[in-house]
Each structure stands twice: as C-alpha cells, then as structure tokens.
Ligand binder design. Structure first.
Ligand SMILES: [Zn+2]
Length: 527
C-alpha cells in the first residue's frame, strides 16, 4: 500500500486513525518474516528451487528473534542432506558434528528402510556455530531422538488379552500401542552406539503419553485393558544391554554395576521396571533371603550350613553313624611333661654334644637299571590313564583328585608296583595312588597274596582289596585292565627268570631332590 494513504494531511490523529483502521481490516507491515517467507517460496519449493546455503544464517536469525516462526519452514526444502539432495526439515536427522544424538547408528542399522537423512556437514563452512545450526534444525522439525511411533495393538504379543476386553458395541473405541520403526532389526545386532541411543531415548521418555502401555477399549461402560507396549516387549526379550565385559544381555540378566559409561541409571525410572531390568539378580537375592530365613527357623546358622546338613542327610545311614561316632569320640593327645625340666635340658644337651657327627661318604649301591627305566615309563602311562577331563589326576583308591600339587602345578602321585611276582618289569604293572594309599598298599595290604587271581577274574572296573583292614576298591580303566591281563598271560608263558629286586620301597613319580625323601626311601627299605 502506498504510504501516502495513511501519512497524507496535517492532522496527526487522522494519520494515526487511518493506520489503525488499516491494521484492523488486516493490512500488515512488511516484516522480516514476510521477507523470509517470500525467499522460501521463491527458491526453496519443488518447482522453484535455487537454494543458497548462506541463507541459512538469515533463517536462524529469524527463529532466534521470533521462535514461533519455526513452523514457517516445515514445507520448504531448506536443508542439504549428507546424500547430496535437499530435504524438508522432517526428512533430516541430526548427529555429530551438530549434536551427539547417536541416530546415525540407528539409520545405519535399519539401512534401506531409512526415511531421514543426516544434515550435510558442509554447513560448517558458512561461519555458523554447530550449536546454532542444531538448535534451529531441531526447532523446525529435524529429528534429534529416536522416534516412538503410535500404532494399533494388532502386533502386540498380548493382543489376545487386550482384544478380549468386555463390551459389544464399539461406541468409544481406543486401540493404541507404541513401537519403534525397525526395532526388531535394531536389536538383532546390537552395538554400543545403538544401545546408548535406545537408552537415551528411554531416559528422556515423557510421562504423557505413557509409551510403555498399550490400551484397548470398545466402550466406556466396560472400560479398557492395558498391556506392555510393543517396544517394551521387544526391549525385554532381546539381548541389547551392554555390560562391561563386552557382552550384550537381556535387561533381566543385566546388572547396574556392569553398565558401561554413558548409561545413566535411576532405580525409580518406570521403564526400567517395565523392561524387567536386573530382575534375575533380584529374584536370586530374594530366593537367597528366603533360604536364609528358612535356615534360621530350622535352627541353622545360615543357608550354607543348611545345605551341608542336607548333604549329610543324603549319605548312607551307616556312614552318618560312623562320622558321628568318630566325631563324638574324644581323641586324647599325648601329654608328656618332664618332671624336672632343668635337669632334663642339661642331660639332653650333654647327650647332644656326644651325638654322632653327620659325615657323608660315597657308597656303591646296586640299582636295577631296567626297573628305574620302566618306572619312569609307568609314570607317563598312569598320567595318561588317570587324568580326568578337568586335567586333574586321581588316586585309584580314593577315586578323587590327589591331595596336593607340586610347585610346578602337577598333581603329586606315587607309582606303586601292583604284582611283585612277575618275572619282568612292565610299565602297566603299576598303580597311581595318593601317598596315604601308597603306604597302605605296601605296608597294610591284606590282599597281596590274592592280587594276581583277583585281577585275572576281575569283571568291571573295581578291584576289591583290603587296605589297612578296610574293604577298598581300586579303580582301573578298561585299557589298564586289558593291558594287565595281557602281561599276566605273557608272564605265565615266560619261563626265564629275570631276578631283579622286589618292590619294597616308595619312589615318587617325579624326581625329587630333597634329602627328606631319600631318607624316607631308606627307612622303607629297612622295613
Ligand atoms: Zn588315595
């Protein structure tokens, strides 16, 4: 409108009234918003498209001044995407370098189904801060967080329950559920970036509407039924929560303490409850607490004590009685005390001064070369036969792991010759025993005479012998037994006498340098 229309004449009130009248009938002053809109129409529509990237500065300035103008941009192709094409704000998403949203991970994961594009990084070259670009893009409709979309209950796993709400007529129906587009694909191959994006989305979930809930209703009279929403089901069932050990687990199996950095946590968040976060640990704790309570009522100090009692009760009754008898029989320790300590000490010191000196000299001793070599082989043979799947060796009499390990970590066992009457030395003619059973086998063996016959007639894997007056069953592998029967057979056909010394000492399966053991060997030899 020609400005003369409302500025002509000399009367100030007339001029004011003329302008007021024009404004009241809808004539506006031309402002920045109008000019921007004109630019948008001229250069940013599908038909008129001659964009200038530097104009973004002007758009940003307008929305900073007048935030309610943001909706003006919705239909115009004002953003260049990373795909090199221009898009409306609704087809753009933000991520680095503008804003750390993690959305790239989502669009990478869903691939071809993507309907949005990352904002081109080229805007960085026009002297606008990334923060300002991000703020503007977000206000005009670019995506900055994972979108939860509204849908119907058709695909909800609890559909049957929801649909069976009472009522005949659909007078005021509600059929509302929520999902995240492509979530199945997303959770199938989780990455840390994806998990972080989902986590952040959940953290910033608004309370209204309640995205965690699906709702189905036919009419007001019969009310609505609620169930967990579709994406809650997805999140609950998939292993997508990262743990510090690098694994991804279902929320129920996850532990708060194992969440990596960048995963804020607040026990009170409703979505954590909805996806059953940490529930396995909680139920374990609860059952542990219940067990403790039960143990206390039954008079046990704790649940572990109750477990031991259960194991004891599972033993054969005779065994229980034996253990109790053993436990309840007081065992007296010898209690010598010198009548006159001073005189005794003097006497012992005097004797000590005259004790024979420790002098060593070299002596010739005959050693069976064959036997030493065979015994060495026997060690290897037994190791092979009696090492279990866990890599532990067992005592053939205990049928349990050997009681201790050598400094190099291997189980200590003793190789004891089984039949001392054979004419030759055979590596198969040895058993692997713990030190206790090795000593019993040699010095408290009630079956020595019968061993050969017992072995020949043996069916099964256990050789019954009497050791230290107790019935004991020595275990043999099938291979070992077959080998033994073969060498006994060969021995019977062998007329030749070989005449080595008998097996009457203990030798460890390993070379031991300590003087203690050679001393023990001598003592054994004297016996
Ligand atoms: Zn043993």
């Amino acid at each position: 409108m020609d400005a003369g229309v409302y500025t002509a004449g000399k009367s100030k009130p007339q001029q004011v009234n003329a302008k007021k009248f024009l404004e009241e009938i809808g004539v506006r002053e031309v402002g920045e918003a109008d000019q921007v809109e004109a630019i948008l129409k001229k250069r940013y529509t599908r038909d008129n498209f001659k964009p200038k990237k530097q104009e973004l500065k002007r758009f940003i300035a307008l929305v900073e001044m007048e935030p309610n103008r943001a909706k003006l941009f919705a239909d115009y192709f004002i953003f260049e995407g990373e795909d090199g094409k221009w898009h409306q704000p609704g087809s753009i998403f933000l991520d680095q370098p503008y804003m750390d949203t993690g959305l790239s991970a989502y669009y990478d994961a869903i691939g071809g189904e993507a309907k949005r594009y990352a904002l081109s990084e080229s805007y960085r070259r026009y002297g606008i801060s990334a923060r300002n670009i991000a703020k503007f893009a977000e206000s005009v409709g670019a995506q900055t967080r994972l979108e939860i979309t509204s849908t119907n209950c058709q695909a909800n796993p609890q559909r049957a329950y929801l649909h069976s709400v009472l009522g005949d007529r659909y007078t005021s129906p509600i059929d509302r559920d929520y999902t995240i587009s492509g979530i199945g694909k997303l959770l199938a191959n989780p990455t840390l970036a994806l998990s972080k994006l989902i986590w952040r989305t959940l953290v910033s979930l608004p309370t209204h509407p309640n995205y965690l809930l699906a709702t189905y209703r036919k009419n007001e009279r019969w009310g609505a039924r609620h169930a967990d929403s579709q994406f809650v089901h997805h999140l609950r069932d998939a292993a997508w929560v990262p743990q510090r050990n690098g694994s991804f687990v279902r929320p129920a199996e996850a532990s708060r303490d194992l969440l990596p950095e960048g995963f804020p946590f607040d026990q009170g968040w409703p979505w954590l409850k909805a996806i059953h976060f940490g529930q396995v640990a909680v139920s374990q704790l609860e059952s542990q607490q219940q067990k403790q309570a039960l143990a206390a009522t039954l008079g046990f100090t704790d649940a572990e004590c109750m477990d031991r009692a259960k194991r004891f009760a599972a033993l054969p009754v005779d065994e229980q009685r034996r253990i109790l008898a053993e436990w309840e029989t007081p065992f007296e320790l010898t209690d010598h005390e010198p009548a006159n300590p001073t005189r005794r000490a003097e006497r012992v010191a005097a004797q000590a001064a005259n004790a024979p000196e420790r002098i060593t000299e070299e002596r010739r001793r005959s050693i069976s070369i064959n036997r030493a070599a065979v015994k060495q082989e026997a060690g290897q043979y037994l190791l092979q036969q009696y090492t279990n799947a866990d890599g532990h060796m067992i005592c053939q009499a205990c049928k349990k792991r050997l009681p201790f390990q050598l400094d190099n970590g291997t189980d200590y066992f003793e190789r004891v010759e089984l039949l001392t009457t054979l004419k030759r030395h055979h590596k198969q003619n040895y058993v692997a025993l713990c030190p206790n059973h090795a000593a019993m086998f040699q010095y408290a063996n009630g079956s020595t005479e019968k061993l050969r016959d017992l072995l020949i007639d043996l069916v099964g894997n256990f050789l019954p012998v009497v050791l230290a007056k107790e019935e004991t069953r020595i275990y043999f592998t099938k291979t070992h037994l077959a080998d033994l029967k073969a060498i006994i057979g060969a021995d019977e056909g062998d007329a030749e006498e070989t005449g080595d010394e008998a097996n009457d000492d203990i030798e460890p399966a390993y070379p031991v340098e300590s003087g203690d053991l050679s001393g023990r060997t001598k003592i054994a030899a004297q016996r």
